[in-house]
Design a protein around this ligand. Sequence first.
Ligand SMILES: Nc1ncnc2c1ncn2[C@@H]1O[C@H](COP(=O)(O)OP(=O)(O)OP(=O)(O)O)[C@@H](O)[C@H]1O
Length: 230
Amino acid sequence: MAVLTVDGLRKTYRDLVAVDGLGFAVREGETYGLLGPNGAGKSTTISIVVGVLAADAGTVQAPPKERIGYVPQSLALYPDLTGRQNLRFFAGMYGLRGAGARSRTEQVLRLVGLRERADDAVGAYSGGMARRLNIAVGLLNRPSLLVLDEPTAGVDPQSRTAILDSVQRLTGEGLAVLYTTHYMEEAERLCDRVGIVDRGRMLAEGTPAELGDPDLEAAFLRLTGRELRD
Ligand SMILES: Nc1ncnc2c1ncn2[C@@H]1O[C@H](COP(=O)(O)OP(=O)(O)OP(=O)(O)O)[C@@H](O)[C@H]1O
């Protein structure tokens, strides 16, 4: 069953067409990788899916906002509070209280592998730990769709592995995940299906094995070209 269906999506910024008739679906228990070079329209698409940006045309069928866990590229955490205090604060914002808030906080800490560091101030966290805490915040409200925008950018292999492991555990429980990354080998390992986009259009879609010849990076470069984008 599709948790998210995007059809004919279009968004322009003045005369720039950022998203140009994009369509894809993410099913229950599936990790879908939205891949594309810088400026392809991924972040714009994600912003529309999570409801922070309005489309010019097209449709998005998604869970209600409170059932979407959105983890943006930029961190939204309080550095002076501990990891656990941050989670308790955001749990309160979601309307979780008392024992319910406490037990959910402990569950998400465990899911991202941060229980042992939960009482350290977030300002002292490594980049990878902060990313994992940001993901934990996105999980607090038991979303049915988790949207991860480059969650492993600039983190060390340990945190990257912890992040991929958590995503795999979560999809095993039925969560649908929309994922962006510039690391093709990561998409190969993690994503059940990928969509390669450029200039706001879907160029190819399928499993990494279907698209990758000889691998996903080669397919990506063949489809999107070698010209530098930024
Ligand atoms: N607020 C904005 N105003 C004007 N143009 C914008 C705005 N946001 C994005 N764009 C442009 O829209 C296009 C798509 O950008 P978008 O950020 O969606 O791409 P992306 O695939 O997420 O790129 P990246 O991999 O760099 O995050 C780009 O050409 C970008 O410069």
